[in-house]
Ligand binder design. Structure first.
Ligand SMILES: [Zn+2]
Length: 81
């Protein structure tokens, strides 16, 4: 299943893309840096995110998809019990 990605502010520089993420829950900000070609592949949505940016931590990939940071995601999951 291919997921949509949140739209964050980006900065393109020297073949890299700096994605300025902000957690929708707590507002924590984090910059995730990927290659321009990875960024294009992500938004083309024709491959799985883990295959495009395997080097990015799973929490950071989750942040790109859901807009929720690692600690908030863990909290939301544990509240589901
Ligand atoms: Zn958060």
């Amino acid at each position: 299943m291919l997921m949509g990605l949140q739209h964050f502010e980006t900065e393109h520089n020297d073949g890299k893309v700096f994605i300025h993420t902000e957690c929708l829950e707590c507002g924590a900000k984090k910059v995730i840096i990927i290659a321009e070609k990875q960024y294009i592949a992500l938004y083309a949505r024709n491959a799985h995110i883990q295959d495009i940016i395997p080097e990015v931590a799973i929490q950071d990939r989750e942040l790109l998809i859901s807009g929720i940071c690692g600690p908030c995601f863990d909290r939301l999951v544990s509240e589901d019990d």
